[in-house]
Design a protein around this ligand. Structure first.
Ligand code: SIN
Length: 286
């Protein structure tokens, strides 16, 4: 796409941060992601991201190469492990879409509502960041909700903090379900992680459980584990911790899976939804 003088100038206008909600999130203005990102700009992004947990840039025109290059600024992109290929050039690119060709979805996570989760928490080394770029968006619904896992942890009653201190939980992913299932025998992969993790860059503690994938707390009788998890899920999903993003084509969001969780609202099967996702490798949660 042709660059205009205005878009060239944007690089040199100010990098501006605008808070999106009291819970979390900030929009970054004044940056065109087709321009090179130097070290100073990278540090501005990182500072804003660590402060606000989710960053949004609007009106971006990004092909696969540009999106992957932006992701690489923050670390190595994670390869897709499901066995499906969405891009001939980039093994880290995943399409999230309900569009079907010959009856088969062209993307992953095609339809409807999704429970809260964090990306790849069922693996030993989960993604630290995920980026979603909006290409086609339904007229209503399909919004992505982000919850702040720092404030969820920090505001927990002291007795609950005490009960979960030092515990681990099993996270399992059933790729056929976007809602919690009672039985997780079909889970493709699973991993035990701390219930509370410490963010390696900020040093803050975050609640690291989620309704979609966290199945049981290690060492507790099943009923007790179910009851605590239910309490934690209900607590962390309260609207006061949540920002709801209403997508527009051209939006790119990058969220931190180490201190946020996300979910999706329902949308009509009759409308097309297409986003391009790249995740960035993280570290083993501690
Ligand atoms: C995801 O969980 O990565 C997908 C979120 C969405 O489709 O809004």
């Amino acid at each position: 796409m042709e660059r205009t003088a205005a878009s060239q100038n944007r690089r040199f206008t100010s990098f501006t941060v605008r808070q999106l909600s009291p819970a979390l999130g900030a929009e970054i203005l004044g940056v065109d992601l087709r321009d090179p990102i130097d070290e100073a700009l990278k540090q501005k992004f990182l500072y804003a991201w660590h402060q606000h947990l989710v960053i949004l840039l609007r009106n971006q025109v990004l092909d696969e190469d540009t999106q992957v290059r932006f992701a690489e600024t923050f670390g190595p992109p994670a390869k897709i492990t499901s066995g499906r290929t969405f891009s001939v050039k980039h093994p880290s690119v995943m399409l999230i879409s309900n569009i079907r060709e010959d009856g088969k979805p062209i993307g992953a996570l095609p339809d409807g509502e999704m429970n809260f989760h964090t990306d790849q928490c069922h693996q030993e080394i989960p993604a630290k960041a995920s980026m979603l770029y909006a290409i086609e968006i339904p007229s209503r619904g399909g919004n992505t909700l982000f919850s702040n896992a720092y404030t969820a942890y920090e505001t927990l009653p002291e007795d609950i903090k005490h009960r979960i201190a030092g515990l681990r939980a099993l996270n399992a992913y059933d790729k056929d379900s976007t809602q919690r299932t009672a039985n997780y025998d079909n889970a493709g992969s699973s991993y035990w992680h701390p219930v509370v993790r410490t963010h390696p860059a900020t040093g803050r503690k975050a609640l690291y459980v989620n309704r979609l994938m966290t199945r049981e707390i290690e060492g507790l009788p099943r009923e007790e584990s179910d009851a605590i998890l239910q309490e934690l899920f209900d607590y962390q999903e309260q609207p006061k911790f949540v920002y709801e993003h209403v997508w527009r084509p051209g939006d790119i969001l990058m969220w931190d899976n180490r201190c946020t969780l996300h979910a999706r609202t329902d949308f009509s099967a009759d409308e097309r939804r297409l986003l391009r996702r790249v995740t960035i490798l993280g570290e083993k949660p501690v």
